[in-house]
Design a protein around this ligand. Structure first.
Ligand code: GDP
Ligand code: MG
Length: 182
């Protein structure tokens, strides 16, 4: 980017991916300042939101966040948006080992649909629902963290229902994207 103005006007696009039920839409709603909805319905296809954040250096950046359906029948619609994304948040539910195991599949799919833009997209793995009882947890923090570290991904645990680490997760991701493209 030749100047700051150009960068600021560049839409940083982030896909929110992961299995159905992981909490993608509730994280997305929280991020946009909406209250938690305990009877959230599965997302039909995609949903867009615009976010303006102040990153660590004090710079203001704008991002388009794309909430997606984890349901198989919407896959082709969703995948048509992937090649324009500069980042992805791949969400699993810490109380579901299946949803964590599916993270690898989401990473593979996301990477396979990346056009060659000369930019390596930034991936963050997010373990959601940390508010749930300890006895319900199936994915230990260290296991997910080790996976993310080995793959060069960012990692965060969140709770959409208690609004824990939600803003932070997106802020960290957008900061990383900002520095990777600036
Ligand atoms: P999506 O399919 O990934 O978009 O998942 P949703 O956001 O629709 O959430 C699926 C279900 O999990 C809903 O019943 C939500 O209320 C619930 N849920 C989402 N986030 C959390 C969370 O952080 N904690 C708890 N306890 N439940 C959550
Ligand atoms: Mg959803």
């Amino acid at each position: 980017f030749t100047n700051e103005r150009e960068l600021n006007e560049t839409i940083i696009k982030v896909m929110v991916l992961g299995d159905s039920g992981a909490g993608k839409s509730q994280l997305f709603q929280r991020l946009l300042g909406k209250p938690f909805n305990p009877s959230s319905k599965p997302t039909a296809g995609i949903d867009f939101g615009t976010l303006t954040v102040k990153i660590a250096s004090g710079k203001i950046i704008k991002a388009q966040i794309v909430d997606t359906s984890g349901l198989e029948r919407f896959r082709s619609i969703i995948q048509s948006y992937w090649n324009l994304a500069t980042g992805a948040i791949i969400v699993y539910d810490v109380t579901s080992m299946d949803s964590f195991n599916a993270v690898r599949k989401w990473v593979r799919d996301f990477k396979s649909k990346q056009g060659n833009k000369g930019i390596e997209p930034v991936i963050m793995i997010v373990g959601n629902k940390v508010d749930r009882a300890k006895s319900e947890r199936q994915v230990p923090t260290h296991e997910a963290q080790a996976y993310a570290l080995a793959q060069g991904f960012l990692f965060m645990e969140t709770s959409a229902s208690e609004n824990r680490n939600v803003d932070l997760a997106f802020n960290v991701l957008l900061t990383d994207i900002y520095y990777s493209i600036a």
